[in-house]
Design a protein around this ligand. Structure first.
Ligand SMILES: [Zn+2]
Length: 311
């Protein structure tokens, strides 16, 4: 990480495309991944190993992992909800498994049809599988917690629950702990408070941040998490994604805007903004009528702007 101060993870190919009506052709996704690699993007969540029937948009994840491995250039991550998904991820050759469970029990039951305790058992089994699989010892296992800042089903989520499950994931051997604002309920004060405590619980294990911009606070929340010490920030190009139950809602924080914010603050991402915009154009060319978001793409850089990465 000598060439950068923070890791930005592009999650559009997973979080963005899973929320779209269209199914982006595999070759178009490969072209997008190629363009992301050219931009210097250090980490890309290329898909998810969930049953293809549930998520046909991501049914080609194994092919994308293979294409990304052949190309090289970024760390390949995939989202997995259970042990079966982890088996497929390891077989495909990922660098990092992003396991996810919800801090909200009703959301976890809805999303993965498991209680939180059952999800923790899955996570322990995934770590054990990684440890027992020859050649997989270098695969990192990240424990992600969804609905850390509120839940559309449960409403407020007690912070004590976030701290409890972060500690449990750490104890089970997580290489990274991710906190996600799945529905865009968080605010910067809350984010700073929760990250400060979770970083303490993590005791040196990296903590990642995943914010949705549903209510316009995505970048502010990223800043708060960064200030508290988060080491990975997620974004989706064009703010791709959304929520079928919240018309007009945007998806993740817009990657281009996030990278501009960090670079203008003097924080090196290792990403070239011009090439990042080129990658966005590759993505947008295959999106049909899906809406995209973002302000940097419209306004461009300020006059005389020198990104921290180029300085
Ligand atoms: Zn998300």
């Amino acid at each position: 990480m000598a060439d950068r101060d923070i890791t930005v993870q592009e999650v559009g190919p997973r979080d963005g495309l899973q929320a779209t009506d269209i199914i982006m052709p595999t070759q178009a996704k490969v072209a997008w991944l190629e363009a992301l690699a050219n931009s210097g993007m250090p980490q890309v969540q290329v898909g998810s190993f969930v049953p293809p029937k549930l998520m046909p948009q991501l049914a080609d994840t194994a092919e994308l992992v293979a294409a990304a491995r052949a190309r090289g250039g970024f760390e390949i991550t995939v989202l997995v909800p259970n042990l079966k998904g982890a088996e497929r991820a390891i077989a495909a050759g990922v660098d990092q498994i992003n396991f996810v469970m919800s801090v909200s029990e009703p959301h976890n039951l809805n999303n993965v049809r498991k209680t939180r305790e059952e999800s923790l058992d899955e996570f322990g089994a995934i770590v054990a599988l990684r440890n027992a699989t020859p050649g997989a010892r270098g695969v990192k296992v990240s424990g992600g917690l969804a609905t850390c800042f509120g839940c559309t089903i449960q409403g407020a989520v007690p912070e004590a629950d976030v701290f409890h499950y972060a500690g449990r994931l750490k104890a089970l051997g997580a290489d990274k702990i991710g906190l996600a604002d799945t529905v865009g309920y968080g605010n910067p004060t809350q984010v700073k408070r929760i990250y400060t405590e979770v970083l303490d619980i993590a005791g040196g294990t990296p903590v990642g941040a995943h914010f949705h911009d549903t209510r316009g606070l995505g970048l502010a929340n990223c800043f708060a998490a960064f200030e508290a010490g988060a080491s990975t920030l997620d974004g989706a190009q064009g703010g791709l994604g959304g929520c079928p139950y919240a018309p007009g809602a945007t998806g993740n924080v817009v990657t281009e805007d996030l990278v501009f914010m960090l670079e203008s603050m003097g924080v090196r991402t290792g990403i070239n903004l011009d090439r990042l915009l080129a990658a966005r154009a590759v993505m947008a060319a295959h999106l049909g009528d899906e809406p995209t978001h973002g302000t940097f793409v419209k306004a461009g850089p300020p006059k005389g702007f020198v990104p921290a990465t180029a300085a």
